[in-house]
Ligand binder design. Structure first.
Ligand SMILES: Cc1ncc(COP(=O)(O)O)c(C=O)c1O
Length: 364
């Protein structure tokens, strides 16, 4: 990115030489992102991140052509899908949410029963951002294609980690975000199949072949291209390392009393461990671990002072006491055996400390 932040300040939309050079750099990045997904470069639109990509896909499918009003998405989509669905519902669209089982999996028969004449979009994430569970996007997209229904996948968590082939999947739209594959925050891409309904979401100039207005964020786009190349090169090796570390971490933590895995053990991203520590509040555990230099996420969202369990765990029918004590560990390129050993050393002490303090506050 550095040259593009410092010296290469040309505007890629300008026709003078140092503008054209920037445009070439963007074209190279487009090629790289297309390569990661087995798409054609012209099918890639750079965006400001996963949320914009996903919102754009909804806009394309629901606001163009015959404007069929029915939208189907899973009940465990990221908020960028769920909030968009609420928006369309308020404007008269019919929204169906696909449920998940207690193991986090989708029921394809339920989807089949929901597909209707007026379905204008099916949106199913490739991998869930809390559980890491992988959804069967390919058969879903095939089913949609047979019925002429546009299909989008939010692949923000999956892209760069596992192989994705948009051609064989038969998808119309796919969203990805830079910061999930070691590119900067605030850049992303939308795959739009050639021939899929299209409507610009960000209206303005003719950038991105007339598909997204606004001067291009050259440095971040170049970085996304480089990250896509590296992700492709390192995919196999990253999976082997992170899976081994994740399994070691999970095995150690699951051996502690009243600790449970949320969702199934198989068929999920190799870098995610989402565990329920019964009897503690996840925020408290997250803060204690942070003091020890360990950064993890709680799956719950704080709303107006009260802690509500995450919508994903609620959809999976996870008991409230476990949902409120759920913590997500994400491993990545920099994670090491030492990191895992440290978590396995520190976490049991902090867990015991928290459980003891809860017990002393609530004597039987
Ligand atoms: C599954 C999923 N979709 C969408 C997004 C939103 O991406 P962005 O923050 O780039 O808008 C995220 C971000 O974490 C995500 O995990």
């Amino acid at each position: 990115m550095e040259p593009f932040l410092r010296d290469r300040w040309g505007n890629p939309s300008s026709i003078y030489d140092f503008g054209r050079r920037e445009r070439k750099a963007i074209d190279r990045a487009r090629h790289s992102v297309a390569g990661l997904l087995n798409a054609a470069p012209k099918e890639i639109v750079f965006t400001g991140g996963g949320t914009e990509s996903s919102n754009t896909a909804f806009n394309c499918a629901l606001n163009v052509g015959d404007r069929r009003p029915h939208l189907i998405l899973t009940s465990v989509e990221h908020s960028c899908g769920l909030r968009a669905a609420e928006y369309y519902e308020r404007r008269g669209h019919r929204v169906s949410q696909l449920s998940v089982g207690s193991d986090g999996s989708l029921d394809l028969d339920e989807l089949e029963s929901l597909l209707a004449e007026d379905t204008g979009l099916v949106s199913v994430m490739w991998a869930n951002n809390e559980t890491g569970i992988l959804f069967p996007v390919e058969p879903i997209a095939r089913s949609c294609r047979q019925r002429g229904i546009p299909c989008h996948s939010d692949a923000v968590q999956a892209a760069g980690k596992i192989p994705i082939d948009v051609c064989s999947a038969g998808l119309d739209y796919l969203s990805l975000s830079g910061h999930k594959l070691y590119a900067p925050k605030g850049v992303g891409a939308l795959y739009v199949r050639t021939g899929a309904p299209w409507q610009s979401f960000i209206l303005g100039g003719t950038q991105e072949n007339g598909r997204r207005g606004g001067t291009c964020n050259v440095a971040s786009i170049v970085a996304l291209g480089a990250a896509a190349d590296l992700a492709q090169k390192r995919m196999v090796e990253s999976e082997a390392k992170d899976r081994r570390l994740r399994d070691r971490l999970e095995e150690g933590l699951l051996s502690l009393p009243s600790v449970y895995r949320n969702g199934m053990a198989d068929n999920r991203l190799f870098n995610t461990a989402y565990l329920a520590f019964e009897g503690v509040e996840s925020e408290a555990l997250v803060l204690l671990l942070e003091k020890e230099g360990i950064c993890v996420s709680s799956g719950s969202a704080c709303m107006a002072g009260s802690t509500e369990p995450s919508h994903v765990l609620t959809a999976m029918n996870v008991p409230r006491s476990r949902a409120l004590g759920s913590v997500r560990f994400s491993l990545g390129r920099t994670s090491t055996d030492r990191d895992v050993a440290r978590v396995l050393e520190v976490l049991p002490q902090q867990l015991e400390r928290l459980r003891n303090s809860v017990a002393s506050r609530n004597p039987r």
